[in-house]
Design a protein around this ligand. Structure first.
Ligand code: FPP
Length: 258
């Protein structure tokens, strides 16, 4: 390929991306997008690289998705970074992921602050590595007054454990006499979850082609549009994000009605 034809091919791709962006801006955007970032290990394996190289690329794709969500004006982006089941991975991979999450949060904090992003976490931070916990809690505190994109990172998160914690806190209120059985309704349960105050996801994207929820946001996805993409997480580019939003906009949401 000549330099000239490479340039025009790149130009055509950029024009196509710009047209897609323009089109999705004409329709209502999802208010909340949740993502199961799957396929880092396979991405690395296909290139003969160690799995951790895939996780490093995964961080790059996560950073780019946060920027894209911010640019689009999406209100909430929730990323499944480490599940309560991920502890069963080899110790070296778990410890690499912990260090990677810690350094990523520290490195991204200035950009989150510059862009008015509010960071929140989902999951049980209490049993997390001290280092990750400290850097995440610091970033949550530093960004809590921000009013732009809310970025939720699920860390040591499992949907069933989240429900267990919620049931315990509701039961404790009943035992204390501050809540009656009759007052337990959907809003009460939603308010006891880690996502309290955050609207349910409109769109859940899962990369790498697996049709599974993997214990993610079990309560919150009752009426969420699900989109499984065949690509691996490190290949999730802004173009893929725009395409996912366009697919969401083509769906008719009925919420159980007609
Ligand atoms: C899935 O790939 C990804 C994870 C286990 C989570 C780690 C995610 C990142 C490092 C992305 C960065 C996120 C943030 C918020 C900084 P996999 O290992 O399950 O891949 P495989 O299914 O191909 O083995």
């Amino acid at each position: 390929m000549t330099a000239d034809s490479t340039g025009s091919a790149a130009g055509a791709v950029a024009a196509d991306e710009a047209a897609l962006l323009e089109a999705i801006r004409q329709q209502p955007l999802p208010r909340h997008v949740a993502v199961i970032m799957d396929g880092n290990g396979r991405w690395a394996g296909l290139r003969g690289l160690p799995r951790v190289a895939g996780h490093r690329e995964g961080v790059r794709a996560a950073r780019s998705s946060v920027r894209t969500a911010g640019r689009l004006g999406i209100g909430y982006l929730t990323l499944y970074a480490f599940s309560s089941e991920n502890w069963s991975r080899p110790a070296a991979e778990v410890s690499f992921l912990m260090r990677l999450l810690e350094s990523s949060v520290e490195e991204e904090l200035p950009e989150l602050l510059d862009n008015n992003v509010r960071l929140r976490t989902l999951g049980d931070l209490a049993t997390l590595d001290q280092g990750v916990r400290r850097s995440v809690e610091r970033a949550v505190r530093a960004t809590e007054a921000n009013t732009g994109l809310t970025l939720q990172i699920a860390l040591n998160y499992g949907g069933r454990l989240e429900l267990v914690r919620a049931v315990r806190s509701i039961a404790a209120d009943v035992a204390r006499g501050t809540l009656t059985l009759e007052a337990i309704d959907e809003a009460c349960i939603a308010g006891a979850l880690d996502t309290a105050g955050v609207p349910d996801p409109d769109l859940l994207i899962r990369t790498s082609g697996e049709y599974r929820l993997s214990n993610f946001l079990l309560w919150q996805v009752a009426y969420t549009e699900l989109l499984v993409l065949p690509i691996l997480w490190p290949d999730f580019s802004p173009r893929e994000f725009y395409g996912a939003v366009a697919e969401y906009q083509r769906r008719t949401r009925r919420f159980g009605g007609l």
